[in-house]
Design a protein around this ligand. Structure first.
Ligand code: FES
Length: 197
């Protein structure tokens, strides 16, 4: 049976005491808000959470949730329920390389559980954990939208596809050595073309 993705709000001891958008991000936030009808302020919650996450080293603290609710004048629960539902919002600190393994049906049928195991073996972390050197973190996510190239993982902003435990190991070794990575399929095919070209 698969483990679930890890959705736990960071411990109080590491939550920042305050959060507010930087001047630059505040300007962006004001513009984001203008993109949506003024009678539906909730529409801006998702892009504003992404903005807050980017400003806070890749994770959303509780104070950012509170701040966005105040900024949009919506109940805090509206922001909290979105932040805690979607795995693209990290609720606790992540590593420099945040690995998200898709384990939805097409990826599962093509060996994603083996990728999760390879990750645990190679880096020594479980779902929801960060490595001691803070270099890597791991989570399990739902469909990343690249099913035709299953199994798929995402590391920070990039997709790595058509993986097996061996190519995954190699990927992590190259990442740890700071080598340039081959983004996309890890086999010979280009993009999503048929396996036989
Ligand atoms: S099921 Fe894994 S990318 Fe869609």
């Amino acid at each position: 049976m698969s483990e679930n993705s890890f959705r736990k709000i960071a411990d109080e001891s590491i939550q920042p005491q305050e959060f507010k958008f930087s001047k630059l991000n505040l300007d962006k936030a004001v513009n984001i808000k203008k993109n949506y009808p003024s009678n539906y302020p909730e529409s801006s919650i998702m892009p504003l959470l992404m903005l807050a996450q980017a400003q806070n080293n890749g994770w959303v603290p509780k104070k950012a949730i509170e701040y966005i609710a105040n900024f949009l004048k919506v109940p805090e629960i509206k922001v909290l329920e979105i932040a805690t539902f979607y795995t693209m919002y990290n609720l606790s600190p992540i590593g420099n390389y945040h690995i998200e393994v898709c384990t939805t049906t097409p990826c599962m049928l093509r060996g994603s559980d083996e990728i999760v195991k390879a990750c645990k073996k190679k880096i020594g972390i479980n779902i929801g954990e960060v490595s001691e050197d803070k270099k890597f973190s791991l989570n399990r996510v739902e469909c990343l939208g690249a099913c035709v190239n299953a199994p798929v993982i995402k590391i920070n902003e990039n997709y790595f596809e058509d993986l097996d435990p061996h190519s995954f190991d190699k990927l992590i070794e190259n990442l740890a050595k700071g080598k340039e990575l081959k983004i996309g399929p890890q086999i010979k095919r280009k993009g999503s073309e048929p396996m036989k070209g």
